[in-house]
Ligand binder design. Sequence first.
Ligand code: G1P
Length: 292
Amino acid sequence: MTVLKAVIPAAGLGTRFLPATKAQPKEMMPIVDKPAIQYVVEETVGAGIKDILIVTGRGKRSLADHFDRSFELEYYLKQSGKLEQLQEILKISEIANFYFARQPEPLGLGHAISVSEKFVENSSFAVLLADDLMATNSKVLSEMVKLHNDTNKVVLALKEVKKAEVPLYGCVDFENTENKNLVRVKQVVEKPSVEDAPSNLAIMGRYIFNSDIFGYLKKVVPGKSGEIQLTDAISYYLNDHEVLGYIFTSERYDIGNKIEYLRTNIEFALQREDLRDEFLKVLAEAAEKYLH
Ligand code: G1P
């Protein structure tokens, strides 16, 4: 079944970025001049998916506003001849069909996904975590969709991480296939200790599921933190079905962490022709000033 729907959970409280996230969703924090979630939406659309459900929570209205029309602003930009900016903001609301659902309480990633059951119906669907940004023009999601279309199997995005970083992720035990980018997932463990980790292949925030996952999500009992983990549902799913892992080596940015958030801004700015030269000078001057 081809993948035409995507779910982007965006209901987290963003406590790591307080006070910036006190009155603003963390998904709206800019990377250069675009809110983070817009990159994720553009990636989704780039993989041929046009129906996007954003799962929000309290205080997240600006997410819906961002992907909606803004008649007042459009009128102003038109009147003042700022046609390039007008095109830019019109594009945002036209890029995809947006749907919103609210997760009443932040009970974890698994719970946020279960909120999407009615939207998904019997389709296959992609899940994209907005804390994980892929390199511009990344083909990871498109490749995963292709893989799912060919095999009809659940697909997880995997990337090798340093052994010491394994406790930050869901990790997999796997079997190799004849294709070096493709593994059969045998087991998934959420945030294992370095000693207990089955490998250093970590689950990155891109998944392709079918609607069977909802039945497994219902079986998950909340973990220590009271959260319903998506990884636990995948673990139950694995008892009955085969799951594939798509290993990618291209860059991925974890904007849920301050240093990485800053690095992402620097790299994304340096990849922009309109900013690169001037910004490089600023960075060189800053390095001179602060590095001793
Ligand atoms: C979530 C998932 C984890 C995955 C990670 C990728 O964790 O639970 O399995 O490896 O995203 O970024 P979080 O970073 O939300 O704690």
